[in-house]
Design a protein around this ligand. Structure first.
Ligand SMILES: Cc1cc2nc3c(=O)[nH]c(=O)nc-3n(C[C@H](O)[C@H](O)[C@H](O)COP(=O)(O)OP(=O)(O)OC[C@H]3O[C@@H](n4cnc5c(N)ncnc54)[C@H](O)[C@@H]3O)c2cc1C
Length: 402
């Protein structure tokens, strides 16, 4: 079966694809979203959304709802596994000149996606086709032909533009012949959700545990007592027995032996990778399909949502003939610059610092923690760093320019 669709197809109903779809649909352009899963999957992935993302979600009209569903966070700690506090930066040091959003939002990624999905589906004509896997992509100068597998049946959709937001293993990226250059970390990352009151035991809402063996992040997820611990383990250990080893890590990381309830866990491999271009003709990449990094510091989805935000302005401007097609080249170049210059190196450095053993580097890290703890100006710089993830102007039409 073959269909002609005069509009934009978005491959992938993750948060990135849904933000792009919402903005494109709000510009009055027909959009359909395709996703291979039967629904949004509640994997234990992103929790932390930084101030620039919060600001963007507010512009989309979502923040009031998300503030109720999630929690706001201002406090961080860098700690040793024995409980010594190395630095405790706090976003209350930020002034209105620094940001109008001196907090981060915490909530499970799938709940964020579901909130965006509800807004998208409220737009007349907006549609998400679940159980629909993109398997191939071809294009000419006027259209893109997307081949999908829908419950074992193959069909094609010929559309005007395709957004590839189908995650790190992106079929769209491969189908247009783009590589994914970078490397995969040797360790396995284990993401766990548990019910346990860290705050009552002196932890901040976001904590980095610095230790060569038990390095981890500990983050509050919601107001119902759910927390996230993400740690690393040797990837040569059998994946089937990940669960059996969680208690060992918890024994080191939890400050006491009080009971906890393990709610969910999932093993992940983590990568630092980026496509050589975020555009191939009428196909645009955004989010993990374009770039991936380790989750320490919560920069992956933050960057991806900011891709979707810019693409959600640039693509409608081109479709509605308010801008030339090369605006999309500038989208692609700018978001790639942000990843290569800011997101990727910072995420890699965040991870290194967690488990550093080299004495000279450790000394430099400790000096940095000391400054972070004692120098309010340095703290402000560190806490507003995520504004570097924003796009520089790319020549959007006046009414959209930010
Ligand atoms: C443990 C962990 C913790 C993290 N914590 C944070 C954090 O706190 N903050 C942060 O910013 N980032 C974090 N990240 C990174 C974040 O999860 C990703 O950056 C985010 O999922 C990217 O969103 P996306 O929409 O681009 O892709 P995804 O969320 O991967 O969505 C892709 C969608 O495409 C669909 N799909 C895949 N293939 C196809 C196909 N062929 N056809 C159709 N549909 C397809 C999938 O079903 C999926 O719904 C974390 C990651 C991990 C692993």
């Amino acid at each position: 079966m073959s269909e002609r669709f005069e509009g934009v197809v978005v491959a992938g109903a993750g948060p990135v694809g849904l933000v792009a779809a919402l903005k494109i649909a709000r510009a009055g352009i027909p959009v359909q979203v395709l996703d291979c899963e039967p629904d949004i999957i509640p994997w234990p992935r992103a929790v932390v959304y930084h101030a620039p993302t919060v600001e963007m979600l507010d512009r989309l009209g979502l923040l009031d709802e998300l503030k109720v569903a999630g929690i706001l966070k201002q406090d961080y700690q860098f700690r040793t596994v024995d409980g010594d506090i190395l630095a405790a930066p706090h976003m209350s040091v930020l002034t209105p000149q620094d940001t109008a959003y001196p907090f981060n939002l915490h909530m499970p990624q799938h709940e964020l996606a579901r909130a965006i999905l509800r807004r998208f589906l409220a737009i007349p004509g907006a549609a998400v086709h679940w159980n629909t896997r993109v398997t191939a992509v071809a294009q000419d100068g006027d259209s893109v032909t997307v081949t999908v597998d829908q419950g074992g049946e193959t069909r094609t959709i010929r559309c005007d533009w395709l957004v590839g937001s189908d995650g790190g293993s992106s079929t769209v990226r491969r189908a247009v012949g783009l590589s994914f250059d970078g490397y995969t970390h040797p360790e396995r990352l284990v993401s766990t959700n548990l019910v346990y009151d860290f705050e009552a035991r002196g932890f901040a809402r976001a904590n980095f545990i610095i230790d060569p063996k038990y390095w981890a992040v500990v983050v509050k997820i919601d107001r119902h007592g759910l927390w996230r611990i993400t740690y690393g383990e040797d990837a040569s250990l059998p994946e089937e027995t990940v669960k059996d080893r969680i208690a060992d890590h918890y024994r080191a990381i939890l400050p006491d032996s009080d009971p906890y309830e393990l709610e969910a866990f999932a093993p992940f491999r983590v990568h630092e990778r980026c496509a050589p271009s975020f555009r191939a003709g009428r196909v645009l990449l955004a989010g993990d399909a374009a770039h991936v990094c380790n989750p320490y510091g919560g920069l992956g989805l933050t960057s991806g949502l900011l891709d979707a935000d810019l693409l959600g302005d640039a693509l409608p401007a081109v479709i509605l003939r308010e801008a030339d097609d090369d605006l999309l080249d500038r989208y692609a170049a700018e978001r790639r610059r942000v990843f290569v210059e800011v997101t990727g190196p910072t995420a890699a450095e965040n991870k290194r610092r967690l488990k550093e053993t080299d004495p000279d580097k450790k000394k430099a890290d400790n000096e940095r923690f000391h400054r972070l703890h004692n120098d309010p100006q340095f703290q402000r710089e560190a806490l507003t760093f995520t504004y570097k993830l924003l796009s520089r102007p790319i020549g959007l039409p006046e009414k959209m320019a930010r």
